[in-house]
Design a protein around this ligand. Sequence first.
Ligand code: RP5
Length: 168
Amino acid sequence: MTNKPLVGIIMGSQSDLPVMRAAAEFLEDANIPFDLTIVSAHRTPQRMIEYANSARERGLKVIIAGAGGAAHLPGMVASLTTLPVIGVPVKSRNSIDGWDSILSILQMPGGIPVATVALDGGKNAGILAASIVSTFDDTVAEYMTNYKQQLTDKVMRSVDQVAEKGWK
Ligand code: RP5
C-alpha cells in the first residue's frame, strides 16, 4: 500500500469534524492513506476549485465531502472532478432539521452524481470509500470481507442470546 493519500476527506467547516472524523477513523483502521482538510464552497470557492481540479493528479481515487445547511461543497466538487464523490449531509447549527443538507447533496442534476450517505453518516462514507479502494487493492478487499463478517457475527451472537434467554 502506498503512503500517498488515496482518499480525500473535505468538509465545509471545522464544526463538521465531529461527524467527519468517523470516516477518517474507519480509513485509519483499514490502513488506507487519506488526507483531511477544510474546504468551504462558499467561503473559499477558489480553494475548492483548486482542490477538485488537482485531486486526480495528486493520486486521490475518491473524495468524501461533508457539509451542512446549504451544502454545496459535495455537488460542486463533483462538478469539477471525474473522481467519485461521496457526500455527507451534516446536521450543522445553521441546518434547519438536516433536510436542507440532505437535499442539497442528494438532489443533483443529471450527469453530476454524488453518492449521498445518511445524515451525519461519516462512518458509512468511510466504509463506502474503503469499498471503492477495495476494487483495486486486495489487502483492503480482505479487510472489508473481515469487517462484514464481524457485522454478521455480532448479529448472530444476538440471535443466540435471544434464543437462549428469551425476549423477556
Ligand atoms: C457549512 O455551514 C459547513 O459545512 C457547516 O456545516 C455549516 C456551519 O459552518 P460554521 O458556521 O460552523 O463554520 O458551510
